[in-house]
Write a protein that binds this ligand. Sequence first.
Ligand SMILES: C[S@@+](CC[C@H](N)C(=O)[O-])C[C@H]1O[C@@H](n2cnc3c(N)ncnc32)[C@H](O)[C@@H]1O
Length: 221
Amino acid sequence: MARTDRGWSPDATDLEWIETTAGQPHPVLLEMEAVAGPEGIPILNRDSGRMLAILAAGRRRAVEVGTAIGYSTLWMALGQGDEGTIVTIDPDTARTARARAFWRNAGIADARISVVTAPALDAFAAAEPALEGPFDLAFIDALKPEYPGYLEAVRPRLAPGAVVVADNVLWSGRTSGARPARDGDGTPELREICRRLSEDPDFLTTILPIGDGLLVAVLRG
Ligand SMILES: C[S@@+](CC[C@H](N)C(=O)[O-])C[C@H]1O[C@@H](n2cnc3c(N)ncnc32)[C@H](O)[C@@H]1O
């Protein structure tokens, strides 16, 4: 542990110990990690995946914006258990076809995960039946400038007590101002979604400093 003015913050030894304690992820998650890096496919950080699985536990209906090859989807599906279902949105069929194969290899029944092949805002606006809700978990991980739009689309589809999770809210230091933002990179919109949820009395919100920043907001029941 390293001492900071806010108490103790974990150092490399602590992080290694946590990794040992957590155990190896499901072998299919490891396969996905192995292909994502070399192919430049952006997937969730492993620690954020573990957190997402915990948040998904006991939540029967989830919606995800941004599937890629289905890594975060699989963490959620494993966390939910056999009764859970997920609707996941991504316009990139090459990626979602690979996701489907990974989910099958992990033993997830096809019926548990539906893929909506469209840009998410279009799919929500078209009132795609699969997106009707109510959902008790929403995971947002697609285009950063569209995050406020995703939240707006998801909000009326949430069940009381639902949890909203959004990845990359630290945006490698750009959201806080630790690093400079670039025009159009989504930094103002990330600030906006964090502010909106934090100031909304209907939600209980925090930002976990794991991975690239995981926002977690629970809609009060
Ligand atoms: C960061 S990746 C998702 C990673 C995935 N959640 C994971 O952790 O395994 C973002 C994905 O958003 C998808 N995407 C791009 N534009 C989109 C849109 N308008 N609506 C939904 N998804 C979109 C991309 O095709 C890409 O696969």
